[in-house]
Unconditional design. Structure first.
Length: 426
């Protein structure tokens, strides 16, 4: 089995000395910020929430073994957050510097020469435009009347520091319906990595594709859904056919993340010399659905469901198998106390004798484990509330891999992420 490398980091460093202050004007309060749009697993440095040293996804993923499910989830989350920080750190700096009112409905912040993400040196000139959307006033006969309170749209434009005469390009756009707190509410956002690379240079932005997301905040809680479109980590990396990252963080409470992608995870079963069987050809990418949950001061758990690709061919070696299920759990210091790998079947593939959840999961025989690290500890060491992902009788529930529906316990359900970059014609 091989490790998947789903996301990659941009080689972009932090925004030093430009922390945003609490805005006083409603336009600034309606802009997005980093804290509201980053995913969290355990909420520590491994999620990329602090300014990390520049590093590539390959170097980070090399530290995560295929069976280290939490590590691999955090690697993907960390680098998604790198893209988010790339565009929202300049937004925070522009808002902190103040803007100019163009009209009662429009305010412009910048242009300013700024770093991208967590860098120290300016890499581009950035400009943020915020538009207060006009609503239809009742009884106005369809004409544009009073401004709808709390509904704003925004766009971030950039051009390279070395090309001051180049036109600005939109690298981020979206909108927000204001909540009770500044920078919080309900809305959508699109990050155009292609446009950022064209504007700032491929030496600054090494990825391609788009991140399209929706979000919903309730008080200090957040619920997020990200979709990757035509994503490449770098110019020479493999295209990610699709990726969906869903997660939420309850303020002071649990955090959950789900990631779905296509990747190479399980190799074809080897040839059987006794039967003179040839080695099976590779059947293509597998569908991976990874999940992680973290409970403060208690611990966490992580799991991966692997289906399709070369999985069906393993039925001849390990018995009926519709998907592999890897599970693990951790104490509050993130020490892994239990891990195992199971071969599972659904009712249609294994009639009769179903365990809980309408399916049956059996440990993969030791002889077929690709590495002894796939099995360690015992389930009784798990001390976690709620449904126990560390029990082979209760594997993770089926999820629609491309669905942006939130994980259990989410404080809100965001809208469906946009299919393309949000409208920025204003």
């Amino acid at each position: 089995m091989t490790r998947t490398s789903m996301l990659a980091a941009l080689a972009i460093a932090g925004l030093a000395g430009c922390a945003a202050t609490e805005p006083l004007d409603p336009f600034a309060a309606a802009t997005p910020d980093v804290a509201g749009l980053v995913l969290e697993t355990t909420g520590d440095a491994a999620d990329g929430l602090a300014a990390p040293a520049a590093r590539s996804m390959a170097s980070l993923a090399a530290t995560c073994q295929p069976y280290e499910y939490l590590c691999n989830v955090q690697a993907a989350v960390s680098h998604l957050n790198g893209f988010v920080r790339m565009v929202l750190k300049p937004v925070e700096a522009l808002v902190a510097a103040g803007g100019a009112e163009v009209s009662p409905h429009l305010k412009v912040y910048g242009p300013l020469d700024l770093p991208a993400g967590d860098g120290a040196a300016p890499v581009g000139t950035f400009r943020l435009t915020v538009f207060h959307v006009g609503g239809l006033s009742s009884g106005s006969g369809g004409g544009t009347g009073a401004i709808e309170p709390g509904l704003y749209r925004w766009k971030l434009e950039a051009r390279g520091i070395r090309t001051p005469d180049a036109p600005f390009q939109v690298i981020m756009a979206g909108g927000l319906k204001r909540g009770e707190k500044a920078h919080r509410g309900r809305g959508t956002i699109g990050i155009d990595i292609d446009a950022a690379a064209a504007a700032l240079g491929s030496d600054v932005v090494r990825g391609s594709g788009k991140l399209l997301a929706s979000f919903a905040h309730v008080g200090g809680h957040k619920s997020l859904a990200y979709v990757l479109e035509d994503f490449r980590a770098t110019a020479d990396s493999e295209l990610v056919p699709f990726g969906v990252l869903v997660g939420h963080k309850n303020e002071g409470g649990p955090a959950r993340v789900r990631i779905a992608s296509l990747a190479e995870w399980v190799a074809p079963p080897p040839a059987d010399p006794a039967a003179a069987d040839p080695a099976a050809p590779d059947a293509g990418l597998e569908l991976l659905v990874s999940r992680a949950a973290w409970f403060p001061d208690v611990g966490g758990r992580a799991a991966v469901v692997v289906a399709g690709g070369d999985v069906p061919a393993w039925s001849e070696r390990v018995g009926p198998v519709d998907y592999f299920l890897g599970v693990s759990c951790y104490d509050k210091e993130k020490n892994e106390v239990y891990r195992d790998l199971f071969a599972c079947v659904r009712p249609s593939g294994f009639p009769g004798g179903m365990s809980q959840g309408g399916r049956s999961c059996q440990p993969v025989p030791d002889a077929w484990l690709p590495d002894p690290g796939f099995r360690t500890g015992v389930p009784s060491l798990c001390r976690l509330p709620g449904d126990d992902l560390c029990d082979d009788g209760n594997p993770p529930p089926d999820v629609s891999p491309t669905s942006p529906e939130p994980e259990p316990g989410a404080p809100a359900t965001p809208d469906v992420p946009p299919l393309s970059m949000p409208d920025h014609a204003f």
